[in-house]
Design a protein around this ligand. Sequence first.
Ligand SMILES: Nc1nc2c(ncn2[C@@H]2O[C@H](COP(=O)(O)OP(=O)(O)OP(=O)(O)O)[C@@H](O)[C@H]2O)c(=O)[nH]1
Length: 451
Amino acid sequence: MFDWINASLNRKIGSILAVSLSFLLIVIGYSIYQVRAINHELREISHVDIPLNEVITQVEMLQLQQHLSIEQFRLLLEKGHKSENTVESFLNRHQVITNLLNRATNLVSTSLNNDEIQFKPDQYQLILTEIYDFSDVNQEFEKQLETLLINGNLPAETWQRLELTAASLDKNIVNILGQISRLTQESAQYTEEHQRSFMLIETSLGICAFILSSLLAAYVLHVMRSRIHHIHQQVEQLHTSLEHGEPIVRPDNKGLSSSDELGELELDLKRMIMRLSDEMDTRKEVEQQLLTLATKDKLTNTYNRHKWSEQIQLLINLSEQGNTFSLISLDVDHFKKVNDTYGHQMGDKVLQELANLLQKDITKPDMVFRMGGEEFLILLTRQSVDAASKIAERLRHEIEVLQIEGLPKFTASMGVTEYHFDETEDQLMTRADEALYHSKENGRNRITVVA
Ligand SMILES: Nc1nc2c(ncn2[C@@H]2O[C@H](COP(=O)(O)OP(=O)(O)OP(=O)(O)O)[C@@H](O)[C@H]2O)c(=O)[nH]1
């Protein structure tokens, strides 16, 4: 089935337009059909019902005049007079009535034959038969009357019979007229109801189309807005992370497939954020590596001379707040001999094992530095010279007793001193070197403390 939710924006908007247009086409088609039907019904009223009414009304009027004229003629005869004018006008009217009745029957039969009568055609058929019957009876009646009028022979019982027939003809024509009027009225009512229901259905269809299109459009807008909001949030989050140097939050992998243009945009954004996050991670790793390279000694993994300069300056600055610190200067005894006897590589190994030992013993915030060759410095933060001398002695002993398979035994000499407030780095270093020199001079594998 057509996946509307995941379809592209073009297809979504296109389908809304298609639905609206379909409704519009239905409304137009239905309107045309209904307007034609109503038009047909109105034509039926104007072309059949109204003219038929008029003709039959005229027949009724003439019929009445005819009867009056007969009465007049009879009265004249009773008085012994006979009017030729009355006979002539009677004959004329008779002709007009015959013509009108022919017109009426023609009108109904032609309309029925041409299927112009949609509303109750059987009733019209009935009316047509009644008009035919009326016409026949009337024709016979007029013929008899005409003969009698021309002969002037009018016995009383003949008059009576003719009057009865005339009365019955009157009744018939009134009856036919009544039927036609009723039919016209019903037809008009039917057309009116038809028009009303047409308007109602038309309005309902229009409202349905409007509501459906509005709902679809509102839904698409809502979905688009929430998705744009989501994209905006991700961009904001990325912006905040970059601004504050915080780690970039990686977007979840679910839903990583494009559906429409917004989906593609979201997908591109997620990919971009992921790439950026990866690059930031790599950058952090590289930074960390650079920092290590810049601050650590490659062979022993202790801090290097560069870090020493930075750290000593920091501690000197902190000393202004009353924080003291001590320094142990350490040098491997007769290291040249180790190199010469066991080779340079073994010398390196000795330096590495020494560094391991020192780093195991000296923990944060205290730090071990390799200043070059076999010379190390140990910076003891917030330690007095007494505490530093104890540490130095402990270290010296640990080095002396260190036994590692394949590694030659070695010792180290140390100079211990404490920083004096307001002195320079050089002054401190000179004192530490002097203490170390003193240890070397006094036989090595010992510590010398210079407060
Ligand atoms: N294996 C190795 N040897 C080094 C390294 N750096 C310096 N050396 C050697 O360390 C030795 C230092 O010798 P000296 O300065 O004479 O001192 P020493 O032999 O330890 O004698 P004292 O300090 O007086 O006890 C030299 O032979 C250097 O070549 C290094 O990174 N690795």
